[in-house]
Design a protein around this ligand. Sequence first.
Ligand code: SF4
Length: 499
Amino acid sequence: MSDITELSKTKYCKGLQCPKILWLDHYKPEVGENLLSETVMENGNLVGDLARKYFGEYSLVDFSYDKSEMTARTNELIAAGAENIAEAAFLINGLYCAVDILHKDGDGWDIVEVKSSTHISDVYLDDMAFQYYVLKNCGVNVKKVYNLHLNGAYVRKDELDLKGLFIMEDCTGIAMEKYSAVEQAVARIRDYVSVTEEPERDIDLYCEKPYECGYKKYCGRHLPEHSVFDLAKIQKRTAYKHYHNGIISFEDLKANQKSIKLNDNQWRQIDSVLEDRPDEINKEKIAEFLSTLTFPLYHLDFETYQQAVPEFYGVRPYQQIPFQYSLHIEQEDGSLEHREFLAEAGTDPRRALAERLAEDIPMNVCSLAFNMSFEKGVIKRLAELYPDLSERLMNIHDNMHDLMVPFFRQDYYNNAMQGSYSIKYVLPALYPDDPELDYHSLEGVHNGTEASAAFAGLASHTPEEIEVIRNNLLKYCGLDTFAMVKVLRKLKESAAPGR
Ligand code: SF4
């Protein structure tokens, strides 16, 4: 087992968030969950590799489990007159850091911390302050501390422009200001983690920020089945305030109804759990919504992905790029036709998708999406990009209706929706245990995040693997629009006369 008091920059930042994370990482890692998405890590690696070229030629300190090997290699490179050193390693008194880029600055060095986000957050400042502290203690003449992060406003042209893609922000003043705070925090964290018996630590906002902690289930295992944290749309700060005031369960909330401010939907959620209320169905409102739809009706759903470093012309970092859609065309008698589009791996999917969409959905028909602001945003950006298709695309945009509306307004509500109007809750609430609508039974792709990751990595697979993944993507997206058909069917049934 490693020495728990040894701190890297990652461990230091975790320890600042909550030292118990480090204790559990060391003694009970099995009770945690890994909440870091692979896509986030891949983006970080991609951006990190690219940023190394920001200052031109560089030397890389290869990773080794033996930290002294890395620090020795760093010293060799410094002695040899290197101008830029990637992963420059420093170790002193059990404090270790590998600087993303150590950049020569006259008779000293600049620390350059690379981030794949488009802005600086407090945790990055702590990370940089830790590096400054370690290097100063190692006797390095640190001139500047920079954060090099992506520029959210950068729009890719034919060639990638590194100077445009990145923004370099000077954080030297803050790193220097935090010097003694780092020293105190290191001592505090070490004191906390040095005990072998599990320390007590109550849950609080630090379980959410700056990163959602993977031990939340473990540390919150005392919470009742329906707690204040399960209320739909409750702000974390408010939930923790009630929790620390001893108002934790739905029963507690109900007992304090006079002094607690919740919205109508949240009270309804509480009542439906405590009283096991029957479904609430406002037939008139549902009928009114249905009367706005015309047939044939085009149920539409897009899948999109994002690139930290834009590969295609006209794309910004993290812009949503549509690569797939599913379309169920429903006639008034309920008969269905299915159409779909899935871009080829490694291509810019936008033009081909926009052309097919404009062919598949005729002018002046009614289209339907669940939470249509997303679909509308995708269509609008495509219309702006391709003026020749703009009229057709904007016609789809302008004739779109939102299937979420009756659930958002709670015209149709049942207990299983748990106060939510997201399709993730609505669908199983309307069709519990329906194998036809079971996303868990799909192969490989079960949600939008997995779909994005599958498409983003598609080009790196063999042709056989690509076929399997494409098939999984088509099934997943197809189920999304089929689910919409079924949701609409349930609304029609509920509004039918005599029910
Ligand atoms: S869940 Fe909260 S209390 Fe538990 S380790 Fe994580 S941050 Fe600390």
